[in-house]
Design a protein around this ligand. Structure first.
Ligand code: SF4
Length: 306
């Protein structure tokens, strides 16, 4: 018994010293990536956590329109990785998630990278956050060199409460971004985030409609969030976005959310109308997808709107 205690104490001391060394050490991107490869079965990890803002079909619009270089963090949505990053998702939003957009032949590679990042977030959080901080710093430097503001959309394909995720200094990821002069914005299906007294007021959230969350959308609207709603407007249908939409007892002006992805510049008190996007990775036609999306309530039929 005495011997076991001594061994355990030694192990605890060893662990404590190792952890203290980890906290006090300076890290390079390379050393973080090396540590993150250990949790991957094939010992390979994506080259970065953050995506390229100049390649992302939605976020690249922010450069011209808003002079903001916006960096996405693409994880694997819902529970596809084995960890749930979208606790408020619905069947229709999971099916039509942004995750499935893009060129079909690139999908498998993208999905593998997103799965590894998501698993690393849950299984290797220490190194994930170290790397994230390094990449945030580097993104801000890059935007400055280009004469642009810097933005982060960390939930492009997830719905994590980033204001509660903290670096080992105790500062949250969002506080860190804001303190360094950058923007943070996201879509969310959580209604309670703004009610947290410690919610950083500079973090811009837009509530995300999924067809079966109308009462939450009303609650979010009443708490001051804009509501993003997909609609069958756009080039394919030839239909325009309506001027107003009904949300519970409210008649809410519709703002065109497609000309840019940078939501912090949107007016307050609006529905952010988004053209319904064709999911090329589903083996059904655009017409069928759209009909399903309208039937489920995920996509609003502008002909039926007020
Ligand atoms: S909550 Fe958002 S990110 Fe998650 S599955 Fe639904 S649409 Fe995708």
């Amino acid at each position: 018994m005495g011997l076991t205690l001594t061994q355990n104490s030694f192990k605890s001391f060893e662990y404590f010293t190792h952890f203290e060394n980890l906290i006090n050490k300076d890290y390079s991107k390379k050393s973080c990536l090396e540590e993150l490869t250990f949790t991957t079965p094939d010992k390979k990890f994506p080259m970065s956590l953050l995506g390229n803002p100049e390649e992302h079909f939605k976020l690249k619009k922010n450069i011209k329109k808003n002079s903001v270089l916006s960096f996405p963090l693409n994880l694997e949505p819902a529970s596809l990785s084995g960890f749930n990053v979208c606790p408020k998702s619905s069947e229709s939003c999971r099916k039509l998630c942004l995750h499935f957009s893009g060129v079909p032949f690139q999908f498998e590679g993208k999905q593998t990278a997103r799965r590894k990042r998501t698993r690393a977030y849950f299984e290797n959080r220490f190194w994930f956050l170290r790397l994230l901080k390094i990449e945030i710093d580097s993104a801000i430097r890059k935007a400055r060199r280009m004469g642009l503001d810097c933005g982060f959309r960390l939930n492009t394909t997830s719905d994590i409460i980033w204001e509660s995720v903290r670096f080992d200094s105790g500062e949250s990821v969002i506080e860190y971004i804001i303190r360094n002069g950058a923007f943070a914005y996201d879509y969310t299906k959580h209604t309670k985030r703004l009610k947290n007294p410690n919610f950083p007021s500079e973090y811009n959230l837009t509530f995300s409609w999924s067809g079966d969350n109308e009462s939450e959308a009303i609650e979010a609207y009443e708490s001051g969030l804009n509501i993003a709603i997909p609609m069958n407007s756009g080039k394919v249908s030839g239909l325009k976005k309506p001027e107003y939409l009904k949300l519970g007892k409210y008649r809410v002006p519709v703002f065109d959310g497609d000309s840019t992805d940078f939501r912090p510049d949107d007016p307050k008190g609006v529905i952010v109308g988004l053209d319904y996007k064709f999911n090329k990775n589903l083996s059904v036609s655009f017409k069928t997808q759209l009909a399903d999306a309208i039937e489920s309530g995920f996509c609003v039929d502008v002909k039926e709107s007020v």
